[in-house]
Design a protein around this ligand. Sequence first.
Ligand SMILES: *[C@@H]1O[C@H](CO)[C@@H](O)[C@H](O)[C@H]1NC(C)=O
Ligand SMILES: *[C@@H]1O[C@H](CO)[C@@H](O)[C@H](O)[C@H]1NC(C)=O
Ligand SMILES: *[C@@H]1O[C@H](CO)[C@@H](O)[C@H](O)[C@H]1NC(C)=O
Ligand SMILES: *[C@@H]1O[C@H](CO)[C@@H](O)[C@H](O)[C@H]1NC(C)=O
Ligand SMILES: *[C@@H]1O[C@H](CO)[C@@H](O)[C@H](O)[C@H]1NC(C)=O
Ligand SMILES: *[C@@H]1O[C@H](CO)[C@@H](O)[C@H](O)[C@H]1NC(C)=O
Length: 442
Amino acid sequence: MLWSLPLSVIVLCWSHVSSADAIPQRQENPSSPHEGTPRQAYNKIAPKVMILNMFNEEAKIWHESIPSLGKGSLWDKNISLGGLSPLYPQAHCTSAGDVCQATLGESEINAAASMAALVLGADAASAFDFARTYWLVSGVAGVNPKLGTLGSVALARFAVQAALQYELDARDMPANFSTGYLAYGTDAPGRPPKSFYGTEVMELNEALRDAAFDLARNGSGSGPLADDPGAAAYRAKYGVDDDGDTGADGYGEDGGSRNSSPNIYVAATAPPSVLRCDSVTSDNYYSGRLLSEAFENTTRIWTNQSQVTYCMTAQEDSAVLQVLLRAHIARRADFSRAIIMRAGSNFDRPPPSMTAFEHLLLLGQNGFALAVNNTWNAGSLIVSGILSNWDDVYGPGIPPTNYIGDVFGSLGGPLPPNFGSGKDVFGGKGAAADGSTDGFGN
Ligand SMILES: *[C@@H]1O[C@H](CO)[C@@H](O)[C@H](O)[C@H]1NC(C)=O
Ligand SMILES: *[C@@H]1O[C@H](CO)[C@@H](O)[C@H](O)[C@H]1NC(C)=O
Ligand SMILES: *[C@@H]1O[C@H](CO)[C@@H](O)[C@H](O)[C@H]1NC(C)=O
Ligand SMILES: *[C@@H]1O[C@H](CO)[C@@H](O)[C@H](O)[C@H]1NC(C)=O
Ligand SMILES: *[C@@H]1O[C@H](CO)[C@@H](O)[C@H](O)[C@H]1NC(C)=O
Ligand SMILES: *[C@@H]1O[C@H](CO)[C@@H](O)[C@H](O)[C@H]1NC(C)=O
C-alpha cells in the first residue's frame, strides 16, 4: 500500500513529537575498532517493528510464523536484557534486526517493569536504537459483544485504565448507584474524575491506527481472519434472548414486550472482523454484564466520547503505553509509533441465557486459539506493510493529527488533551527530561 501524506497533515506535524529527528539518531560508531566487519556486527539493532506479547502462547505464533515473511527468524538473535521478566529474559530479533519481539509477562506490573527494562534499561541502551521503531502490542483480550466477537481483531485509539477508581462492594453501595465504581474525587458513579494519577487515559496516533487498520484488512473487507466452528457456536448464543427465542431482546430491558427491541449484541453473532475501537486495561479480570457496562461507561466518560467505544479488555496496554510515553520524553522511543492490537478470546459478559459465573468458568468459549491465530493473520499484514513501505511512509513516520499522550499533556503539541480535565499541565510544551519541569505545581 502506498501512503502519501496530504500537505495539510505535514503542516500539522508536531516536530518534537512525530519526527524521527526529535530523538537521537542511530549511532554510526565511526571509531569502532572492528573496521572491515559488517556494520551490523557492532552497530545497535534498530528494529523497524518490535512485537510485544504478554505470555508464551501469544509469542509462539510470532516465533513460529515470522520465517514465512522471508525476513529471517526471531531466533536469529537472542538478546539478554537485565530487568526483563524472569520467565522471558531475552528479546528476539531477526538477523537484520528489522523485526524483534519481547514477552513482557501478564498484568500491569509485569508489563510496566518489563517495558522499562526493554526500552529504558542500561542493557537496552547499548543493544538497541528505538528512534524509529513501531511498537505492536499483540495479545488476546476479553471482547465486548456490542462491538465484536471471538476472533475479532481491534486496533485502539484510546487505552483506558478503567479500574483505577474507588470501589465499594455492590452489597455496600447506596441503593441508587448503578455500580460500586466511582471515579476519584467524585461521590457518584458516572462522573468524570476530579483527581488524576496521569495513566487514566492514553491516546494513540489515530492516523497510524487507521493505516494499521487498512493493512490488517488487506485493503478492504474483513481481511484474512480465520473463523472456527466452536467459536461460531458460542457466539450464536448472543443471538438468542433470555426467553430462548431468536428475537434477542437482550435482558428484557423493554419491560417484557419480547422481540420489540433490537438485539444489542448483533456484532457478537457475526464472523470475526478487524475493528477500530478502544482498549480497557485492568489488573482485575472482571466478567459479567454489570462490570462490563460500568467500564464501558468509564471509557466513554473519561475519553469524552458520546458512544460506546470500549471493545477489548486486557491487563497491560495502559502500562505499555505509559512506559513508551516516558521513553519518548527521555528521547529513547517515539510514542507516535505505538499500535495496540487485541484479538477477542472470550466475551467480557455472558449471553442472555447464562449467568456471569457459568460464562466465566463453566463453559468453553472456543475463542483462544482463534484469537491467537488472528493476531498473526492481522498482525503479519501490519508488519509486512511497515517493512515494505519503510522508505516512503513508515521510516519517516505518520504524523499524528489528533492529540497523543496522557491526561497531563506530557508530550506537548499544538492540541491540548481532549479528555480528562482538559488541563495541559505543561502548557503545550510537554514535559522536559532535564528536570526543568516537575509536577509540584499541579
Ligand atoms: C535463540 O533461542 C532459541 C529458543 O531458545 C533457540 O532455539 C535458538 O537457537 C537461539 N538462537 C541463537 C542464535 O542462539
Ligand atoms: C442517590 O440518592 C442521594 C439521596 O438519597 C442523592 O443525594 C444522590 O445524588 C443520588 N445519587 C445518584 C447517583 O443518583
Ligand atoms: C491480500 O490481497 C491480495 C489481493 O489484493 C491477495 O493477493 C493476497 O493474497 C491477500 N493477502 C491475504 C493475507 O489475504
Ligand atoms: C451506564 O451508564 C448509563 C447511562 O448513564 C446508565 O443508565 C447505566 O446504569 C450505567 N451502567 C452501569 C453498570 O453503571
Ligand atoms: C490456528 O492455526 C493453526 C496453525 O495454522 C491451526 O492448526 C489451527 O487449527 C488454528 N485454530 C483455529 C481455531 O483457528
Ligand atoms: C468534552 O466534549 C465536550 C463536547 O464536545 C466539550 O465541550 C468539552 O470541552 C470536552 N472536554 C475536554 C476536556 O476536551
